[in-house]
Structures are given as structure tokens and as C-alpha cells.
Design a protein around this ligand. Structure first.
Ligand code: DHB
Ligand code: MG
Length: 240
């Protein structure tokens, strides 16, 4: 079983149709060959280096990059670099990416994949816990030494989703897009009972509920997804 397949043990779900459709779409939709190669290389490097294979799926990465392109994002913040897979997608749009990673081995692997993708100039991987690094980035934004972010992708420890979201709003421009990965968690998001014992479900529920009440958020939605990563989804919000 893959690492990503076991959110809670008994809640594992899988459907071959979802994977088949992902593969069909990947085969038929356009993708720059050098980007495809860089992404494949990042996946292989991460696997060789023993990183968990929980990066966003190919189509999800492409979707995230499309969002960045649509809003003309120049400065992107990512919380949770892992092996640099989504950072490569974001950087492929021409944006500058600041990506925060708590694990030094993950950071090294990501930097190698990003270097091999020819995107080192556009991506800074910052080593540290999101709870420590984000306030520092925010201080830079407030001091005027760092540009406000146009897009923030939160994909780290789920327990701190809301802390990251709250920090993200404070250093983003008006109408910035904030997206949070893995909030649906095979439907466990709506399972009140499970939330009592599962801290990651609690983290997903907390961010959804807090975003819904927050005056600083203009609009928000939730996108359920299926595919090669099975059943999950993104919280999507626009800053007022
Ligand atoms: C997990 C984390 C992720 O960011 C993801 O996309 C899938 C799974 C996890 O911690 O299990
Ligand atoms: Mg994720």
C-alpha cells in the first residue's frame, strides 16, 4: 500500500476508473516535453531517495499551475516542499516560488530536482517549520523587503492548516488565491465522530470552518477530486 493510501487505516478507498481517466487525460492533453521530463525526474529522484509518494498528482499539478497562470501570479508561497514536484509546476509558469520545508533531506532532494529542471533561479526552498518560517516571511513582507504573495499553496502538516492559512492571508495581496491540499481526505472531512480522534481530520475541519467565518476572505469553495491519488480535495479561497 502506498503511504498516501492510508489516511486512517480503515478509510482506504480506491477506484481503477479514477486512475484510468487520469492516465487517459495525461496522454491526450498537451504538456511541454521538457517540463514533463523534469517532473518525471523529480518523481524518480524522490522515490530513489525514499520520500513518501504523496506529491500532488500530475493533473492536480497542472491544475494548480493553471490557476497561477490565470491570476498572473508572480510570487507564490508553498508550505510543504516535499521533493519539489508542485514547486516545479508553479515555477513552470514563470512565477517565483518560496517553498517551506521542515525536513532537510526533503529540501536537498527538492533542490536537486529543481536544479535539474533548470528552475533554481525561480525557487527558494526555506528550511524550517512553517510555524517558525511563515512569521519571518510575514515580517519581511511588512518591512517591504519581500513582495506580497499572489498565491499560497498549503500542503504540509494538516494539524497546522489554519495557522498557515491565517499567516498566508496576512502576507498576501488583495484577491490572492489560497489553496489547501488534502482537506477532503476520502470523505472523512464530514465525519464528526472521526474528527474526535484523528488530528489530521480535525486540522482539515478547522481550516474549512475558520475560513467560512473569516472577514478577510472574500470567497471560498471546496473542490472534491478523484484520480490516481484516489479521493481528496482542495479548499480554495480568495483574499478580500
Ligand atoms: C498526506 C499528505 C499529503 O500532503 C497528501 O497530499 C497526501 C497524504 C499524508 O500525510 O498522508
Ligand atoms: Mg498534499
Amino acid at each position: 500500500m502506498s503511504t498516501a493510501g492510508d489516511f486512517t487505516g480503515q478509510w482506504y478507498e480506491k477506484d481503477q476508473r479514477w486512475t484510468d481517466v487520469d492516465h487517459y487525460a495525461i496522454k491526450h492533453l498537451q504538456q511541454d516535453p521538457s517540463l514533463r521530463e523534469a517532473l518525471q525526474n523529480a518523481k524518480e529522484l524522490a522515490e530513489r531517495e525514499g520520500l513518501p509518494n504523496i506529491e500532488v498528482s500530475t493533473l492536480q499539478g497542472k491544475f494548480l499551475a493553471l490557476q497561477a497562470q490565470l491570476i498572473g501570479a508572480k510570487h507564490i508561497l508553498e508550505v510543504g516542499t516535499l521533493g519539489g514536484y508542485s514547486a516545479i509546476w508553479f515555477a513552470s509558469t514563470g512565477a517565483h516560488v518560496t517553498s517551506v520545508e521542515i525536513n532537510s533531506h526533503h529540501k536537498e532532494v527538492a533542490e536537486e530536482a529543481i536544479r535539474e529542471a533548470g528552475l533554481s533561479e525561480q525557487v527558494d526552498v526555506v528550511l524550517g517549520a512553517g510555524v517558525d518560517v511563515l512569521p519571518r516571511l510575514r515580517a519581511d513582507v511588512e518591512a517591504g523587503t519581500r513582495a506580497k504573495f499572489d498565491l499560497v499553496f498549503i500542503d504540509a502538516d494538516k494539524e497546522n492548516n489554519w495557522t498557515y492559512f491565517d499567516q498566508a492571508i496576512r502576507m498576501s495581496r488583495s484577491r490572492a488565491l489560497i489553496m489547501v491540499d488534502n482537506v477532503v481526505r476520502r470523505g472523512t472531512l464530514a465525519n464528526e465522530k472521526l474528527a474526535e480522534s484523528e488530528s489530521r481530520v480535525q486540522g482539515a475541519r478547522r481550516v474549512v470552518e475558520a475560513v467560512g467565518k473569516d472577514e478577510r476572505v472574500l470567497e471560498s469553495s471546496l473542490l472534491q477530486t478523484v484520480g490516481e491519488k484516489n479521493y481528496d480535495g482542495f479548499l480554495v479561497a480568495v483574499v478580500r
